[in-house]
Design a binder for this molecule. Structure first.
Ligand code: HSE
Length: 298
């Protein structure tokens, strides 16, 4: 009647794939407990880690749980405990982890009446509470694992993309908060044709590179000519961190989701750890607190 789950952090956009690409980290995430109870409805009974609302309608995990609950015809309810490790506004899918965790856990307790795409549909409602818009590029990798591409939202279509075994991510999370809604507000409504061409060429080649484990092509494809120029201004020491990642051997580096986290992709754990050391050296002198994660893409 109770399930404990780990709901992973994710990196959305992956440089060129704004709102469509994402990948899942295997060692950073939230813990949640979902419990089936006699009393009808959804109740959040415990939150640890960060100060978040207990009212289900105001809480990302609660909203996605309610979306699923309302699609069911059952005479019992669920309690949710949230042990949050991913700081809200960090750029590594904090809201997506909460939104996915509640519906995933409920589905398990119910004997899996819904598939993962249907669960992601419910989770979109929770994500929308946090970011004020419906997008699934953090939800999809949190739900499916690995690399994903959100082919479309209406109807929701998620593609699972294979990735090379030796692909690691190094992520720095400066302890400042950037709200997704705010970092979406700085983006242009229109883009030039030449920028669009560069961007879709990189998305296409990145997908091909992931399918063929072509690390050189991954390196060649991890560029963002549309979003990064606008958002990087919001992130302290962005260019310095990015340069240090590339100099330490990363295949590419860019803003993680809507920031302020910055991610790099690396071939092999050893390089990923070297990249971690390099960014530590940059950030140690800034006076801004930070976390660094080295994770396999899983
Ligand atoms: N694709 C989203 C964005 C991810 O960059 O705004 C952040 O939730």
């Amino acid at each position: 009647n109770e399930i404990k789950i780990f709901s992973p952090a994710t990196v959305a956009n992956v440089a060129c794939g704004f709102d469509v690409l994402g990948f899942c980290l295997d060692n950073v995430g939230d813990d949640m407990v979902i419990r089936k109870v006699d009393k009808k409805g959804i109740k959040i009974t415990h939150i640890e880690g960060f100060d978040l609302p207990y009212e289900a309608e105001q809480n990302v995990a609660g909203v996605s749980a309610l979306a699923m609950y309302n699609a069911l015809d059952i005479d019992f309810g669920f309690e949710i405990e949230i042990y949050k490790n991913i700081k809200p506004g960090s750029g590594i899918g904090s809201s997506a982890a909460s939104a996915v965790g509640s519906v995933f856990g409920m589905n398990e307790l119910l004997g899996r009446p819904f598939n993962k795409t249907q669960l992601t549909e419910f989770a979109i409602k929770g994500e929308a509470l946090a970011s004020k818009c419906e997008h699934a590029d953090n939800l999809a990798p949190a739900m499916f694992g690995g690399f994903t591409l959100v082919k479309g939202i209406k109807p929701l279509q998620i593609l699972e993309i294979p990735s090379p075994d030796d692909l690691f991510a190094t992520i720095i999370h400066p302890q400042i908060e950037i709200k997704t809604s705010e970092s979406r507000a700085v983006l242009p409504k229109e883009v030039s044709l030449s920028d669009a061409i560069a961007q879709w060429s990189n998305v296409g080649s990145l997908i091909h590179a992931l399918h063929t484990s072509d690390y050189d092509l991954i390196k060649d494809s991890l560029h963002d000519v549309i979003i990064e120029p606008h958002r990087s201004k919001l992130i302290p020491h962005y260019q310095e961190v990015k340069n240090s990642m590339l100099n330490a051997g990363a295949l590419g580096a860019c803003i993680s989701g809507s920031g302020p986290s910055i991610f790099s992709l690396c071939k092999g754990e050893e390089t990923a750890k070297k990249v971690a050391e390099a960014i530590k050296n940059v950030y140690n002198s800034t006076g801004i607190d930070f976390d660094i994660h080295v994770s396999k893409i899983n």
